[in-house]
Design a protein around this ligand. Sequence first.
Ligand code: SDX
Length: 431
Amino acid sequence: MTDSQRTATLTIGDKSFDLPIHSPTAGPDVLDIRKLYAQAGVFTYDPGFTSTASCDSTITYIDGNEGVLLHRGYPISDLAGKSHYLEVCFLLLYGYLPSAAELEQFEDTITRHTMVHEQMHTFFRGFRRDAHPMAIMVGVVGAMSAFYHDSTDISDPRQREIASHRLVAKMPTIAAMAYKYTIGQPFVYPRNDLDYASNFLRMCFAVPAEDYEVNPILARAMDRIFTLHADHEQNASTSTVRLASSSGANPFACIAAGIACLWGPAHGGANQACLEMLKEIGSPENIPEYIARAKDKDDPFRLMGFGHRVYKNFDPRATVMKQSADEVLELLGVENNPILATAKALEEAALADPYFAEKKLFPNVDFYSGIILEAMGFPTSMFTPIFALSRTVGWISQWKEQFSDPAHKIGRPRQLYLGETERSYTDIEDR
Ligand code: SDX
């Protein structure tokens, strides 16, 4: 954090208080209010954290007005076009692009941690077959702290690194197992001769009865989806992981908390909700009705896959995702997919409508990812597990960074209390 001598002055009544101003390397200045309550006896109020920085970080930078997303300074368009997911994982975890030797060693480490403890197969059997894969992932990832005791001591940097590698490596295996379990097919073990994305596709779609060849174009599209979802600053699920970690909880429990938060339809659940919305709309001629509903203040309906707390311009990930959607659908010969036709017509109608332009509501990353995943053969229930799989490295990188701050302490927000002041207990006879 770049300290400066600059201060802001807050005046309350006849008293003034100086608040230090911190200058970031990019983005808005930050008012330091850490001593405000001690000095002025007041809290600040920001329930949605729309104007509040919860930490300092060097991992990801977003400029919502310019549609900029940088990971360790590298634009997402470069990473999605020139890099691949495990190299982006190294970049997020360690802060720089690896040498060829470092990348080879890292990929070998991840590859050799992809299997889960065999006893976990029994753990899966406790779920109903119709359990949502996200419910299974929350449970199984949380349960990893019951299987991997040698990487739960967060005070040991080596155990923190092993836990990081295990989570990145095993998440695709767990997500694929959750999918196979819900469709009644046998689990497919990972293969060390396949890259990360190809391994995941094979664990999801291969069956023991025949060989399965991964299509390299689908594997590339899958890898790109992983990259586009890898990290995104202090979003709701990342903030959940940081808050859980601030109490000293073990990494598996913290990541399980992040998965639970991501599941919500306003966050990572939006890609599933977006596909379900497009199926409900059914065809382009029904779009005017749904646009009107999205604009109707009395109608809770929202266009899933549109809008963003930070991006008040195009989500740069959506731009790349849209290119991938065209490639995958052309490869699969489904460019006439009625869902895609509806999606493209909805995008055109919304972008042409002054309401959405005024409210800065553009398609976000979830708008196109669902279309690609649907075309690749995933059920909508697997969309958010894939988001969770991709975001694990971001959660873990932010979790690791928190430990690098010796001043980090347990997160404990205060409140604006509007309840009853003290009153006497009334015996039931007198009520
Ligand atoms: C992700 O934070 C991240 O970085 C998240 C994420 C990541 O990578 O981690 O980017 C992933 O979660 C992407 C967002 C996916 N969610 C959706 O697609 C769900 C639909 N979108 C909305 O629920 C909403 O846009 C949010 C939750 C994404 C953002 O909500 P905000 O910033 O709190 O904005 P808001 O709810 O205050 O809305 C502002 C205005 C409101 O109108 P007014 O009350 O001002 O008149 O815009 C309207 C809203 O009614 N609005 C929408 C809308 N989103 C906001 N109207 C119709 N359709 C929508 N989708």
